[in-house]
Design a protein around this ligand. Structure first.
Ligand SMILES: Nc1ncnc2c1ncn2[C@@H]1O[C@H](COP(=O)(O)OP(=O)(O)OP(=O)(O)O)[C@@H](O)[C@H]1O
Ligand SMILES: [Mg+2]
Length: 291
């Protein structure tokens, strides 16, 4: 056999091995509900975004009920700068006055959501974009006067999401909620956790721009591979986390407290991290499990 043919055969065998390894996972995950929170920070690169969308399509084709919840932090900050509005955070949450809220809606619902819907549709599996205000899916209560239109999720009505799933579309949810007097900005991590809980999801996955929870945020090699709920709470209480990791870890704990059994943080910028997590024995990122 020629060397080139040997190479091709080896490649084909490797593919066959990959499929064999994936088979039990495909069987296990069929019909399962997976909530994927796609962080704005991992959405910067068009090519990577196309890859993530492709992975989501594959999960759908394998018979999983996939729900996408997205943020858009970086895009919102860029828009605020363009509008000469201040970009301010407190404990990882964006201080949101009325003008900021309008920009949040414009970016999250008008741009990011529709871009994801468009990309999923292009791949062939039709998606439906909603915000948490549609069908009063997400209801929020203000957190504090200092934060303005930032809300905690008070209640989730999953009926609209379930209808979309039952009709075989992929729901894509922008993290905007309805509050007492209009729209509220809710942290997308918290929104994803609340949606996962309401849908009794089997798995909640956070796609972000780092490999997972790092023991030392400045050291990429310090990835924590797995944590129990108690260990996670200890890390949150230690006060060592900052930035967007604070609401993320807090929402992971809330999701686990309310019955979501498995949560993972993955790097949405690493090629096919979603597929590796779901279909291989090793898994990637940080896995959070019940005690
Ligand atoms: N211990 C830590 N391990 C990993 N990341 C950390 C840690 N502490 C702080 N971070 C920061 O958290 C960031 C991820 O949260 P961030 O809110 O920026 O992204 P996201 O939630 O994926 O996106 P979005 O908020 O737009 O939805 C990382 O880029 C990192 O800078
Ligand atoms: Mg965030």
């Amino acid at each position: 056999m020629e060397e080139r043919e040997m190479g091709e055969l080896q490649q084909a065998l490797t593919k066959a091995e990959v499929l064999t390894e994936a088979l039990p996972w495909i069987n296990k995950m069929r019909g399962k509900t997976i909530v994927v929170k796609y962080g704005g920070s991992a959405m910067e690169d068009e090519q990577l975004m196309t890859q993530v969308v492709g992975d989501i399509e594959l999960l759908k084709l394998m018979g999983m009920r996939v729900v996408l919840v997205h943020g858009g932090g970086k895009a919102i900050s860029a828009m605020l700068k363009q509008l000469n509005l201040p970009v301010k955070f407190k404990d990882g949450l964006r201080v949101t006055d009325d003008a900021t809220m309008e920009a949040v809606q414009e970016v999250l619902i008008g741009k990011v959501n529709q871009k994801l819907v468009w990309s999923l549709n292009e791949y062939g599996h039709n998606a439906v974009g909603i915000s948490g205000a549609d069908g009063k899916t997400l209801k929020a209560a203000p957190i504090s006067p200092e934060l303005g239109r930032v809300g905690h999720i008070r209640e989730v009505s999953p009926e609209l999401i379930e209808t979309i799933l039952d009709d075989d579309y992929i729901p894509v949810i922008a993290s905007v909620a309805c509050g007492p007097d209009g729209f509220f900005n809710v942290n997308a991590d918290e929104a994803a956790a609340a949606v996962a809980e309401a849908l009794h999801a089997d798995k909640l996955i956070y796609l972000t721009d780092v490999d997972g929870l790092l023991a030392d945020v400045n050291d990429k090699e310090s990835l924590i591979r797995s944590l129990t709920k108690t260990e996670t709470r200890e890390i949150l209480d230690s006060g060592e986390l900052d930035g967007g990791m604070v609401p993320k870890i807090r929402s992971i704990l809330e999701a686990m407290d309310r019955g979501v059994s498995e949560v993972v943080i993955l790097n949405g910028k690493a090629p096919h991290s979603l597929l590796l997590e779901i279909f291989t024995d090793a898994g990637v990122g940080t896995l959070f499990t019940q005690d």
